[in-house]
Design a protein around this ligand. Structure first.
Ligand code: MLT
Length: 341
């Protein structure tokens, strides 16, 4: 891993001794608490790493197991808001914008590939001093997660592969993606957003999930045409990861929307059958965006899975220990107050 971070750190409070730049977005940011010198807690935190500003959200207890969420294409970290809310009581939950998406910068145009997206993820973990984490990736997020596990197996506790695939693109898919690149350039983003939601959501969701559809369209419309085109090309040339599946040594949960036509349940079943320690769950009333279309079932599956993963390792964080630490802090504060009277 090349040590190519910028060794300066600018925070909202000024210069600090940290080995990376971590800065809060003005305007849309929300800061609740600064836990320690290496962690900022809240939404839309900017981290400068490897010549790129990466934007992320970080929530949940400081000492809890870490779960990193990786979004699909052409979306951004906000697609995981409901999962962060559901899990933040017991886990440190982080969702970041893949380069060129959401509020992360694109960097050099030659850097768009699933390999580089996976390297970015590990640089990001290094910068936040996270040795190990669980990954939850949807579709493109799953391609990145599988690539990261292949290249850095010792960095991950478990995987959730949602509506994703280990297969490379077929010639037909590549042709389709090329036509999309052309169409975005000729017809613009609005037409692309309208067409995309029709394949991302299950037919029933198209009439019942207005809020989610509006949010997804917004995510697409705020991505630049250049990033969309470059990512489509990156998806076309990604390599297969099916041969890796039998080698995966960590627990895996495979989730798929019952009506996902982009990465269908047959693909999810194939992945499950080829990963030793895996569980498959089909999410009803959902297409490709199962976390948004049936969040209740999706979140329930995540909670059950992570409880089993971290119980196995004996690291389930308890509310008791959090409140115990808080009581200790209060006692210490009173003691210091007494000393200063
Ligand atoms: C995604 O949701 O990330 C995309 O559908 C992935 C793909 O098109 O292969």
């Amino acid at each position: 891993m090349p040590a190519s971070y910028n060794f300066a750190c600018l925070t909202f409070a000024g210069w600090t001794k940290q080995s990376f730049i971590q800065k809060l977005n003005s305007g849309s940011s929300s800061i609740n608490k600064k836990y320690d010198s290496m962690r900022y807690f809240g939404k839309n935190i900017n981290l400068f790493l490897n010549n790129l500003m990466v934007c992320y959200t970080d929530d949940g207890p400081d000492d809890a197991p870490v779960i990193i969420f990786i979004h699909g294409f052409p979306l951004n970290k906000s697609m995981w808001n409901r999962q962060l809310t559901a899990l933040k009581q017991h886990y440190r939950v982080i969702a970041y914008d893949v380069r060129g998406h959401g509020e992360s910068e694109s960097g050099d145009s030659s850097t768009f590939s699933i390999d580089n997206f996976a390297h970015d993820l590990v640089y990001f973990m290094d910068a936040l001093k996270i040795d190990r984490a669980s990954l939850c990736g949807l579709s493109m997020g799953g391609y990145i997660a599988l690539n990261a596990v292949e290249n850095y197996p010792h960095r991950f506790d478990s995987l959730v592969l949602c509506d994703t695939s280990c297969f490379p693109d077929t010639p037909e898919t590549i042709e389709k993606r090329m036509k999309i690149v052309e169409s975005i350039e000729n017809n613009g983003l609005v037409r692309y957003a309208d067409t995309s939601v029709k394949s991302l959501f299950a037919p029933q969701s198209l009439t019942t999930k207005e809020v989610e559809i509006a949010a997804v369209k917004e995510m697409i419309l705020t991505t630049t045409i250049q990033s969309l085109s470059k990512t489509l090309l990156a998806l076309c040339v990604r390599k297969e990861t099916c041969t890796l599946l039998p080698l995966i040594q960590v627990p895996v949960l495979v989730l798929v929307g019952e009506e996902d036509t982009i990465t269908p349940p047959t693909t999810a079943k194939y992945m499950h059958e080829n990963i030793k320690d895996s569980v498959l769950h089909v999410i009803k009333h959902a297409g490709h965006l199962s976390n948004l279309e049936n969040s209740a079932d999706f979140n329930k599956q995540l909670k059950t899975f992570f409880a089993s993963v971290y119980k196995r390792q004996g690291t389930v964080p308890s509310e008791i220990s959090t409140s115990f630490v808080e009581q200790l802090r209060d006692k210490l504060k009173s003691f210091v107050a007494l000393l200063t009277i």
